[in-house]
Design a protein around this ligand. Sequence first.
Ligand SMILES: NC(=O)c1ccc[n+]([C@@H]2O[C@H](COP(=O)([O-])OP(=O)(O)OC[C@H]3O[C@@H](n4cnc5c(N)ncnc54)[C@H](O)[C@@H]3O)[C@@H](O)[C@H]2O)c1
Length: 250
Amino acid sequence: MDRLKGKVGLISGGARGQGAAEARLFVREGARVVVGDVLDEQARQLASEISAQAGGRAAVAVHLDVTRAADWRAAVDTCVREFGGLDILVNNAGIFNMSGLEETSEELWDSIVNINQKGVWLGMKVAVAEMRRRGGGSIINISSVAGLTGSTGSTAYHGTKGAVRLLSKAAAVQYGAENIRVNSVHPGLISTQMIDIIPREQREAFNTMVPMRREGSPEEVANVVLFLASDDASYVTGAEFVVDGGLNAV
Ligand SMILES: NC(=O)c1ccc[n+]([C@@H]2O[C@H](COP(=O)([O-])OP(=O)(O)OC[C@H]3O[C@@H](n4cnc5c(N)ncnc54)[C@H](O)[C@@H]3O)[C@@H](O)[C@H]2O)c1
């Protein structure tokens, strides 16, 4: 129950989906969390629901557009002001698009790269100083199985998620001596609103290729993120964790 006791976490894109599952689980395990998202109302509602369940101010919401350095600074300042510091950063915010290479406009490319890739770098850049003050920390960057292998579409998504994988390793190497651990998580198809844009038949066909024959839940990813956030993973850094029902083993 207390795997994150005394720790403070910041979760980007935390208002719904996997980020919301992580926020709920972190607080159940004794952490206090700041939920950052562009969906202000949903983030506020989630934070007050989590706090009500915890019987105290265990979660707060902040407006965080991950492409904006000023928003990141405000989010980290909120962690310090409300809860005394920052120990865990989950770079979870992301957008998905299925356009192939030639079908991707420059505008679409820029927005996916800005959110999925630049956003992860900016979050780490702002968070490490505060983690250093605490004597260490854990950063979990949410990539995808799309960051490990390609497919016939989603070109910009693949590119950004592949970049997140190596950004994580580069940061793990740079900050290992300061006890700041950085790992990437690679979910397969997870039942959230993000994948509503995939046609039903395509989802079902995809699931037949998955050894476990089904999609994952946000909670199943959150359990792996919890492990990486906790001291159970104290010697784990620069590593990649697939949560994909065996897809990557095929
Ligand atoms: N659902 C899947 O099948 C799947 C698979 C692999 C990886 N992922 C990754 O998991 C992460 C979480 O996605 P999800 O499945 O929970 O989907 P989701 O769409 O429910 O959640 C994504 C969240 O990111 C937020 N967001 C988008 N742009 C933002 C911005 N500029 N600043 C801050 N927040 C922003 C959204 O508002 C939303 O709350 C994403 O990085 C996604 O790429 C998802």
